[in-house]
Design a binder for this molecule. Structure first.
Ligand SMILES: Nc1ncnc2c1ncn2[C@@H]1O[C@H](COP(=O)(O)OP(=O)(O)OP(=O)(O)O)[C@@H](O)[C@H]1O
Length: 751
């Protein structure tokens, strides 16, 4: 069964009423071929549009009740059948995730979570009634947030939190939050009190894009335990309100918000990488790179997964929306094994009967150590409850989902659609061998269980009509085009090179290792700075470096990095104001660190390209001038210069190139970006032709160098080399080579 993805388009907010609505829904009907579609224009060409097909689409006027009744209510039954369910809201900041999950206070406004609990309690009562009390159902809940990549129990007030948060551990293939409180919660009223109280503890703040922005990912886990005379079955519903990604060129965030934002964006970026890795069937899924992805374990957790994709309909979210749609489009292809949690025997009836123990005695038999920790806990609590004692102590360890591939615990002849799989309950059954009562079945045998109760979403292609196949193909093409359009224009973080990712990882590990020595905060700021930088958010990156500075007094390299960024931001502003000055008033005075008001983000690479070439050039110079750092607490930082987009060869030109007269006309591009000499223009034209045979003919360029240049250009996809500095920064080029290339051009009208 694939992840079910439904899109919800929120209505226009008061301040947006005059804005341009660009996201539309097509509700399934005969005309649309019974498919639910979200449509959005191509950011490069408004006349074209992209369509994305999802399981359902909810338009602006869809109510909370409609969404719940259609998407969540049907899953409640499955929860009581033993399936785990995961519901998560995904979307950019301000698109309605919290509204969807939590909602408002009025009955009509209540979101998925309160409605889910209400439905669970209703079902509990029904089951107890239908079984005349033979089945008891207990509901318990945990609620925690991941804030700045740290896990905090929302049942604890912030002042009682340990700053480093709760640790998470891998425990027999499950990710466990250690020390998390689990509260029994027997009525809806009790739930509401607990939930409301806990939400006060959640980190929210006002940002420019949302007056009540969630600054953390919030995970509510509802554990349902059904106990009969002989079995205990535990299943869980997880409802997750993810924090929304935000583009810091739009937010005007202050320092604290920036730290949060870097962390939110990073975790969502890792989530996107996980989804991409899954969809490409890669062996390594980078779950471990963020706590959120470890805990969410998308595609790893069994049961039912529902993603609610929240979208804002207005143009100001255009690229963000397209990015979310692409993400959702990949997510919907993730397969999840729909496997029930098996009931665990409370006691082994048959052997007891044969040993002459009967009736009431059976109930009082000590629990066998066959159940794993989780079930043992359930049984112990059950026994205590039966004895009239109310458990005061909350359960302290709480299992969420595995971040490890479970393949190893699955049969080797695993069918591709997860058919015929049962969750390998190794931890639960681990003690079977010590069973004092002889062997017992390792799982409950049910009639008609062959194949087990697993549903597959795979649609038989054979049954499809020619029209549907054509529609499917055209849909796929549309999706691919949308992905491509986004890649071409979007502000999302550029793909990190393996080397850069390695550096980020190393830095994070150092931070973890240094939790205690006070330097970790400084390192955190450095990491955040790098994360902002790779997203092209220079102003935010500079602020983070400024915040890191007190932790690393006198660090020359850090100063150099800041100077580089300052230069680049200044140059960019000058370039912007230069182009504005043709038509408008003089540019505003340069001041740091006010964020530029760029509406649509540009990739880091693009931003570099648009920034003046001189600053780019200086950036490299500054980096090179860093003295080798001594082995110190800062060495993680000192070694992290791969964060700058530059190649080894690209460093070469700076010392010589700086003095080369050929860069004169490039320097001029600060204010007149296209004011190249004819010779330079001609050279750039040859280079941008990406034609190795032409490039090879340039003076000083052999076949190998020409190929290397073309390779670099292809990596840059549709970007062009705009000036000589840009050319000098290409791998294998350099200032001297550029001078040679240019000098060798037979253009007699050069001046
Ligand atoms: N379906 C809806 N109907 C009415 N108002 C909505 C709807 N969805 C969102 N809103 C309003 O939009 C605003 C932003 O919504 P919300 O806070 O839920 O966004 P979010 O995605 O959770 O943002 P963040 O990621 O910053 O926490 C709120 O004022 C909310 O009331």
């Amino acid at each position: 069964m694939s992840v079910r993805v439904v899109a919800r388009i929120r209505p226009l907010l008061k301040q947006e009423l005059d804005k341009d609505t660009i996201v539309t829904a097509e509700i399934p009907d005969e005309k649309s071929g019974n498919v639910a579609i979200v449509r959005i224009p191509n950011p490069k060409n408004d006349a074209e549009s992209f369509s994305f097909q999802f399981n359902s689409v909810y338009e602006q006027d869809a109510t909370q009740q409609q969404l719940f009744d259609s998407e969540v209510a049907p899953q409640v039954k499955q929860l009581f059948n033993g399936l785990d369910i995961t519901i998560f809201a995904y979307g950019v900041t301000g698109t309605g995730k919290t509204h969807t999950m939590r909602g408002g206070k009025s009955l009509a406004d209540r979101g998925v979570i309160p409605r889910l609990l209400s439905s669970i309690y209703r079902r509990c009562r029904k089951i107890e009634k239908d079984t005349a009390g033979a089945t008891e159902v207990e509901v318990a809940m945990s609620y925690y947030e991941i804030y700045n990549d740290r896990v905090y129990d929302l049942f604890e007030p912030p002042e009682k939190r340990t700053p480093s948060g709760l640790p998470i551990r891998d425990n027999n293939g499950k990710t466990v939050v250690v020390g998390l409180t689990e509260r029994p919660c027997t009525t809806l009223k009790e739930f509401e009190q607990l939930y409301d109280q806990a939400n006060i503890n959640r980190s929210t703040s006002a940002t420019k894009l949302n007056a009540h922005s969630s600054r953390s990912h919030a995970i509510l886990c509802v554990k349902v335990t059904q106990t009969t005379e002989t079995t205990v079955q535990v299943s869980r519903a997880s409802a997750i309100d993810l924090a929304g990604s935000e583009d810091n060129r739009r937010t005007d965030n202050n320092k604290e918000r920036l730290v949060e934002s870097a962390s939110i964006n990073k975790s969502l970026f890792v989530l996107a990488q996980c989804v991409e890795a899954i969809s490409k069937k890669q062996n390594r899924i980078p779950y471990r790179e963020s706590k959120m992805t470890r805990i969410l374990s998308l595609g790893q957790n069994n049961g039912i997964t529902l993603m609610i994709l929240n979208l804002a309909p207005v143009r100001s979210y255009h690229l963000d929306t397209l990015s979310s749609l692409n993400f959702a489009n990949r997510t919907k292809k993730i397969e999840v094994a729909e496997v029930e949690n098996e009931p665990v025997y409370r006691q082994f009836v048959k052997p007891l009967a044969t040993t002459g123990i009967s009736g009431a005695n059976i109930k009082r038999q000590p629990l066998r150590p066959i159940a794993g920790a989780l079930n043992a806990k359930v049984l112990d609590r059950d026994a205590e409850r039966k004895a009239g004692e109310k458990t005061e102590k909350p359960v302290k360890a709480f299992s969420v989902y595995s971040d490890a591939r479970k393949n190893s615990s699955r049969p080797s002849d695993l069918p591709s659609q997860n058919q015929g799989i049962r969750r390998a309950e190794t931890n639960k059954r681990g003690a079977d061998t010590t069973n004092a009562f002889g062997s017992r079945p390792t799982k409950m045998i049910r009639p008609n269980e062959n194949p087990p109760r697993i549903r597959s979403a795979a649609a038989p292609v054979a049954g499809m009509s020619k029209e549907s196949i054509e529609a499917l193909i055209s849909q796929r093409i549309d999706e691919k085009l949308a992905e491509k359009a986004l890649q071409d224009t979007i502000a999302a973080a550029p793909a990190l090179s393996a080397e850069l990712q390695k550096r980020l990882d190393e830095l994070e590990h150092r931070i973890e290792a240094k939790e205690e020595d006070g330097k970790s905060q400084g390192l955190q700021f450095l990491l955040m700075a790098k994360q902002h930088q790779v997203r092209g958010e220079d102003v935010s990156a500079l602020r983070m470096y400024q915040m890191a500075q007190p932790f690393f007094p006198g660090n020359e390299k850090l100063k150099g990095k800041m100077k580089t960024l300052e230069d680049r931001i200044r140059a960019k502003r000058e370039a912007e104001s230069g182009s504005r000055s043709h038509t408008t008033a003089p540019p505003p005075a340069f001041s740091l660190p006010a964020a530029p008001s760029t509406m649509l983000s540009l990739p880091a690479k693009t931003e570099k390209k648009h920034a003046n070439a001189k600053s780019l050039y200086h950036e490299v110079s500054d980096d090179d001038e860093f003295a080798p750092q001594p082995e110190s607490d800062h060495d993680a930082y000192a070694s992290d210069d791969s964060f700058q987009y530059k190649t080894k060869a690209a460093r070469k030109p700076k010392k010589t190139a700086k003095k080369l007269p050929i860069f004169r006309d490039s320097t001029d591009t600060v204010s007149h970006p296209v004011n190249h000499t004819p010779r330079t223009s001609h050279l750039l034209k040859i280079i941008n032709s990406k034609d190795a045979s032409k490039i090879r003919e340039l003076k000083g360029v052999g076949a190998k160098k020409a190929d290397a240049i073309v390779g670099c250009l292809l990596e840059m996809e549709e970007e062009e080399i705009k000036d000589l500095e840009g050319l000098a920064l290409l791998k294998g080029v350099g200032g001297k080579t550029v001078e040679n290339m240019r000098a060798g051009l037979a253009i007699d009208f050069d001046f």
